[in-house]
Structures are given as structure tokens and as C-alpha cells.
Ligand binder design. Sequence first.
Ligand code: HEM
Length: 216
Amino acid sequence: MRALLTSKWTKIVVFLVCLIPLGMLVWRGLNNGLGANPVEFIQLTTGRWTLRFLVFTLCVTPFRKLLKLPDLIRFRRMLGLFAFSYLCIHFLTYLVLDQSLDLSAIWKDVAKRPFITVGFLGFLLLLPLAITSTAGWIRRLGGKRWQALHRAIYFAAVCGVIHYYWKVKSDVRMPLFYGALVGILLLWRLGDWFFKRRSAAGARLSPQHAPANPAQ
Ligand code: HEM
């Protein structure tokens, strides 16, 4: 399994698989397959894939730990960047095809429609994460600060779920499904953090770490 996860070919295959939704969208576009409202079709498809890739990215750490497969980490950055890339297409479709780059209309829409406001917030949260995803930025920020910043992905995923929930209005089953997934992943992370803190506190109090002379 380790050889498979560390092979450069696996990374290439995963990269190509992540491109399939985009490829299908382009294929449909070239073959008149985007339905009666192509702009809506592109927005819905890219919105759903953004959320899916956010969930895939959030799954990497729990899967690494629960399945004892540390090498899964090699795919996290790629999955996160795919989430951001699908979001950029989603956002650009809105800006260019839906709003014709009319900045005052866009601003009014962001301010007036709560589902757009919260989607926009999700974009703003993910932007610094995409920018600082390189090894150079990890070095510049230092591991701890970089990790703290990248926890914003949870808030972005929550924004994505609320955005989806407010958008669909009637049939809320899919937004609730994604909400449950993000909730479970968030709870797992909180549990992991709590467990680590308790183990660290326990290790500090254990006899090996106690001062040789208790009066000291
Ligand atoms: C984390 C960020 C975001 C995520 C995860 C996301 C995801 C989604 C999802 C899942 C849908 C609904 C798909 C469906 O009904 O099946 C959607 C719809 C939509 N999103 Fe986003 N979105 C995000 C950010 C944005 C931003 C920044 C904008 C624009 C400012 C935006 C504009 C829209 C619009 C206009 C629709 C409705 C499309 C239509 O009904 O024609 N989204 N988005």
C-alpha cells in the first residue's frame, strides 16, 4: 500500500481523476449538452464539485490516522487546490456569465442575497489558503501558524453548506447530507485535538516528567 501511495504515478492518476468533472463539463459544452440554461448548469456542477473536493480534503487527516496511512498526506494539497479551482470556475461563471462583470450589480447582490454573501465569505476564506499552499509559504509562516491559518478550511466548508442550504430552498436533503459530513469531520477534529491536549497534559504530570525533588 505504501508503495502505491508514494508512487508518482498514483499522484498523476489522482490528478487526472480530479480533472474528470471539468473534462465532462467541457465535453458537454462542446456537444450542446449543458441544457436549456448553460450558465446555471455550469454553476450548479462546479458548486457541487467545490463542496465535494472540500469534503475530500477534510477526509485526508482522519483517514490517515484511522487507517494508519500517513502517506495519504501527499494528496491533501492537490485535493484542496482542486476545490479552489472548481470554486474559481463557479465564481467566475457568476461574475462573467451571470453578472456580466457589472461590479455595482455584483456588490448589491453580495450585500442583498444572504446565500451569495455566505458563498462569497467561503471564497474569501479559501483564497489565502490557496495562496499559502506552497512549501515556501509553509517555511515563511512556520508550521504552527500555517496550520492555524489552514483550519479556515472548516469555516469555508461550513459557509459552502449554508450557501447550498439557502440556495436550494425546498429540497434540503443534499445540503443536509453535506452538512452532516462536515459536522462529523469537524467533531472528529475537535475530539482529536482534545485527546492530544489531554495526553500532553498527562505526559507532563507523569512521574518521568515530575521534578526529581518535589520541593523544587
Ligand atoms: C465555498 C464556496 C462555495 C461553495 C462550496 C459553493 C457551492 C455551491 C453549491 C453546492 C450550489 C448549489 C448547487 C445545486 O443547487 O445543486 C451553488 C450555487 C450557486 N452558487 Fe455557490 N458556492 C460557493 C461560493 C460561491 C460564490 C463565491 C458565489 C458568487 C459570489 C456563488 C454563487 C452561486 C450561485 C449564483 C449559485 C446558484 C446557481 C443557480 O441556481 O443558477 N457561490 N454553490
